[in-house]
Design a protein around this ligand. Structure first.
Ligand code: ADP
Length: 231
């Protein structure tokens, strides 16, 4: 069956399998992520959500099953290509912001741009725009240790979006926040992603977080229980 480019998924995982020694994390997980959509992958702890996200982001190689970014096989791609993608078209947000502790907020957010060849001055300017966007410009010169959990996660969102990625991989992005801060972070992340046309693969075990997504896929015991496709 032929499909037009517009209908083609941005990212596809088909029947992924992954084992860590004797522990099988994935035993047939299939996902299609379309451009600009927010897709939640939900399921109980240990069901394979993080492993699936890592395989789709090119951080972990699956044992079996293709991962396709448009038409490109990521599961076979050389590390140098995966690093390039993670610097340009992909971005990740983890439960704990994982900011570089020695760098200020503005330098943390500038870093992906500087690594991509933007001058420090121009990168800092863009970084400040994103810090302002997420309401933490007044913390631009603070280091991660001086930030609240919510502030640190906003800086991490700014760092994820500053390059204008095609996909943000968000692994329990509100897991370390109280419910109010978590809701604010999800609100800000999803509004910004919709404005940029950035797709989000959102891993969460919380229904309130999944509610921000356009669609939801469930994982149980390493298998997706449904492969839903956008209308
Ligand atoms: P979830 O995100 O749904 O909690 P994970 O993908 O983190 O699930 O884990 C799925 C299973 O794989 C669990 O049994 C977990 O202990 C195991 N696992 C995940 N990562 C590793 C690893 N790096 N080494 C060994 N086992 C792992």
């Amino acid at each position: 069956m032929s499909t037009t480019t517009a209908e083609q998924p941005l990212l596809t995982a088909r029947e992924l399998c992954k084992a860590y020694g004797s522990t099988t994390a994935l035993r047939g997980a299939s996902v299609e992520l379309h451009a600009g959509e927010i897709l939640a992958v939900t399921g109980p702890s240990g069901s394979g959500k993080s492993t699936l996200l890592h395989c789709m982001a090119g951080i972990v190689r699956p044992d079996r099953g293709p991962v396709l970014y448009r038409d490109e096989r990521l599961d076979h791609a050389p590390e140098v290509r995966l690093s390039e993608l993670r610097r340009t078209e992909f971005a990740v947000v983890f439960q704990f912001g994982q900011l570089i502790p020695e760098l200020t907020s503005v330098d943390n957010v500038s870093l992906p741009l500087v690594l991509g060849g933007t001058s420090r001055r121009a990168a800092q300017e863009q970084a400040r725009t994103w810090l302002e966007r997420f309401g933490v410009l007044d913390r631009a010169e603070a280091r991660p240790g001086e930030l609240s959990g919510g502030q640190a996660q906003r800086v991490a969102l700014a760092r994820a979006l500053v390059t204008g990625p095609k996909v943000v991989f968000a692994d329990e992005p509100t897991g370390a926040l109280d419910s109010l801060a978590g809701e604010q972070v999800m609100n800000e992340l999803t509004i910004a992603a919709r404005e940029l046309g950035t797709a989000i693969l959102l891993v969460t075990h919380e229904a309130t977080v999944a509610a921000y997504a356009d669609r939801e896929i469930r994982l149980a015991d390493g298998r997706t229980t449904s492969l839903e496709v956008s209308a």
